[in-house]
Structure formats: structure tokens, C-alpha cells
Design a protein around this ligand. Structure first.
Ligand SMILES: [Zn+2]
Length: 147
């Protein structure tokens, strides 16, 4: 079985711009963001699809996604609203076989641009330092919440 990059991130064996680390869930910046502030929330336990994981792990991931959503809104990053998205299996567009919830900040009117050119081309590659800075900003916003 091929090594899982998200498991490597969970074990701190691969680089990531971590926003929040909890016992059953981890949030980090997507290295190919659809929008600035795009965060992935993953369970610390490996499982490709929602149905492969215990309900408690799924609940922990979605609770973290809820808190990250609030943090994105409070962070000052461009964000009018937020998409939360799970691609549950390869035919649904899942490219890493470890469950992840996309938290994608959205700005009014950006859908038309996304439809015209495709989400992957909206932003150029983001340097690690910029991802780290946004992760720190979101972590501060997350710490400011009464969770
Ligand atoms: Zn994994």
C-alpha cells in the first residue's frame, strides 16, 4: 500500500502548515488552495471514506471543521461565506485516500470566475512561508474562540 501523505502529516513526518492539532483531528493549509485560507481537516486515524471511520472520529473532524470555519470568518482573510466539501471516494474527486473536509473561504461573486477557469487555476502556487503565516493567523483566530 502506498504511504499516505495525510498520515505522514499527522505523524509530523511530512511538512504542513498546521492550524490546529487535536487528539482525533488535525487542520492544515491546503498546499494547492482554491482560495486563500483553504484548510483541510482530517481525522488522525487513517480511513479513506466517511464510512471507513468510527462515528466519533467523523464527529471530531466535523467539529474541527466547524471551528476552523468560525476562525476563517474571524481571521480577517477575504471571506464572506464558506464552502465545506467532502469528496467521498475517487469517482467523487477525492485525490488523497484519507478522509478530508475542505474548508474554503468564499467571496461574493467568485463563483463565476471559478466556473470560467476552474478552481485549481485560481491561485498560483503558494510559498510555504505564506501558508505558514495564514496557518498562524487562523490558529490565533481559533484560539480566540470559546470552543
Ligand atoms: Zn492516511
Amino acid at each position: 500500500m502506498a504511504p499516505c501523505v495525510f498520515c505522514a502529516i499527522v505523524r509530523d513526518e511530512a511538512p504542513a502548515s498546521v492550524v490546529c492539532r487535536r487528539p482525533a483531528a488535525l487542520a492544515f493549509m491546503d498546499i494547492r488552495p482554491w482560495r486563500r485560507g483553504h484548510v483541510l481537516c482530517v481525522p488522525t486515524r487513517h480511513g479513506p471514506r466517511l464510512g471507513d471511520l468510527p462515528a466519533d472520529d467523523v464527529a471530531a473532524v466535523f467539529a474541527l471543521a466547524r471551528d476552523v470555519t468560525a476562525a476563517v470568518r474571524a481571521s480577517g482573510l477575504p471571506c464572506d461565506d464558506v464552502n465545506l466539501l467532502v469528496n467521498d471516494g475517487p469517482a467523487a474527486g477525492q485525490t488523497v485516500g484519507h478522509l478530508h473536509v475542505h474548508v474554503v473561504p468564499r467571496v461574493r461573486g467568485d463563483l463565476w470566475r471559478a466556473l470560467a477557469i476552474g478552481p485549481r487555476r485560481l491561485l498560483p502556487p503558494v510559498p510555504r512561508a505564506a501558508l505558514d503565516a495564514d496557518a498562524a493567523r487562523l490558529a490565533r483566530a481559533l484560539d480566540g474562540q470559546s470552543v
